[in-house]
Design a binder for this molecule. Structure first.
Ligand SMILES: [Zn+2]
Length: 386
């Protein structure tokens, strides 16, 4: 890849006219174009006027759309096309699937890894854990319509057994609903149940994600040792500084999913919605970011049908996050959090050949993070704008 503006990492200065040499799926060299010798018979991608960053992570997706379910019946083309439209098109080379059908998601993952289907690296939690009566109101219809059963947890012993089984079957983490949205209330997971699930996942070295819904849900997450909050909490916010300090002290990461609230609160008037974002949601992200807490980019795509990421970047910017902080949430922070930092998250010698080529510079306008020309995973182009 030659003659690009390259951001090797969020903390390094950009290389104004740089080239990247990739061999066998990994980065062999990166530097000013004049210093990179291109071997004969190398395939060259001209990146003049374009901007290159490390491949993006989306830490909150669902491999759970009607076009991805029943993958055994889908052709390589069908799967590639849906994964492109939803993920690769937006620069994602690694995604965290935070609830889906584990068997189906691991099948898609195998088909990608074998090279038969083009797509991102997928890490998954498989089926989520919710307490008895805690199947969220907004997924009941979808589960029924698609004949999917996701069990409610009956006891700690049963939950521990399921954690063990899912990790054995390929799950990379566990997701719990410490607060489930029901018709007129939030159902809070009993603390002893949350503790049992978290302890079993940690025993296997796997992170636990919590959907909190409100501050009581955050409290259960804090007390049970959860690693990552998968949303802010629009109800009952904003967060007090002592709550922010507690979340930070627990080394939790936060996935803001700001676009989700636009989708969830579409019944509100634009004025009401803006007020909720300005008074509660954005201050929560701003407070955690300013406190130095880890932020992981995530959109909840696959649950929401809005694939376009530009709105998410605009919200993050409105919450006070800089270009460098947003780039970190897309690259180095998730790579470090999930144990991939030795080979993912930066453009440097020896790193994975996972790259995003943008048509404009996100340092000028962060929505350029969604203006993707190519997405490259392991040196293979998995998305190219026509
Ligand atoms: Zn979700």
């Amino acid at each position: 890849m030659v003659d690009a503006k390259i951001y090797p990492s969020p903390t390094e200065r950009p290389i104004e006219n740089g080239s990247i040499l990739i061999h066998d799926g990994r980065i062999l060299a990166v530097g000013p174009s004049a210093t990179i010798k291109i071997p004969r018979n190398t395939e060259v991608i001209d990146c003049k006027g374009l901007v290159v960053t490390a491949g993006f992570w989306n830490s909150h997706v669902h491999i759970f759309t009607p076009n991805l379910l029943h993958a055994e019946k889908l052709s390589s083309e069908q799967l590639t096309s849906q994964l492109q439209e939803m993920l690769a098109r937006w620069g994602f080379t690694t995604v965290l699937d935070l609830a889906s059908v584990l068997k189906n998601t691991t099948l898609i993952r195998r088909r990608i890894e074998s090279g038969e289907v083009k797509g991102p690296r997928i890490l998954t939690v498989g089926e989520p854990f919710w307490a008895k009566g805690g199947t969220p109101i907004y997924v009941r219809g979808f589960l029924e319509a698609n004949h999917i059963s996701m069990p409610e947890v009956e006891s700690s012993a049963q939950a521990v057994e399921r954690v063990h089984q899912q990790i054995h079957d390929g799950a990379d983490g566990i997701k719990i609903f410490t607060g489930s949205v029901e018709r007129d209330s939030i159902l809070i997971m009993p603390l002893d149940l949350a503790k049992a699930i978290v302890a079993e996942a940690h025993l296997a070295g796997k992170p636990v994600f919590a959907h909190p819904s409100n501050q009581e849900g955050i409290e259960v997450a804090l007390q049970s040792g959860v690693d990552i909050l998968v949303h802010t909490t629009p109800s009952g916010g904003p967060w007090s500084s002592s709550l922010v300090e507690s979340i930070k002290a627990a080394h939790m990461a936060l996935i803001p999913t700001l676009t989700l609230w636009h989708v969830e609160f579409k019944g509100e008037s634009p004025e009401e919605f803006e007020k909720g974002m300005n008074m509660v949601v954005l201050p929560e992200l701003r407070a955690y970011s300013e406190a130095g807490g880890q932020i992981l980019f995530g959109t909840d795509v696959g649950y929401i049908e809005q694939f376009d990421t530009s709105e998410e970047f605009a919200w993050m910017s409105r919450a006070g996050m800089s270009f460098q902080q947003i780039l970190a949430s897309l690259t180095t922070t998730p790579a470090r959090r999930f144990g991939y930092s030795t080979h993912s998250g930066q453009i440097a010698k020896g790193m994975d050949g996972d790259l995003v080529v943008l048509q404009a510079d996100p340092a000028q306008d962060v929505t350029a993070f969604s203006n993707v020309r190519y997405t490259i995973r392991g040196a293979k182009v998995i998305y190219s704008e026509k």
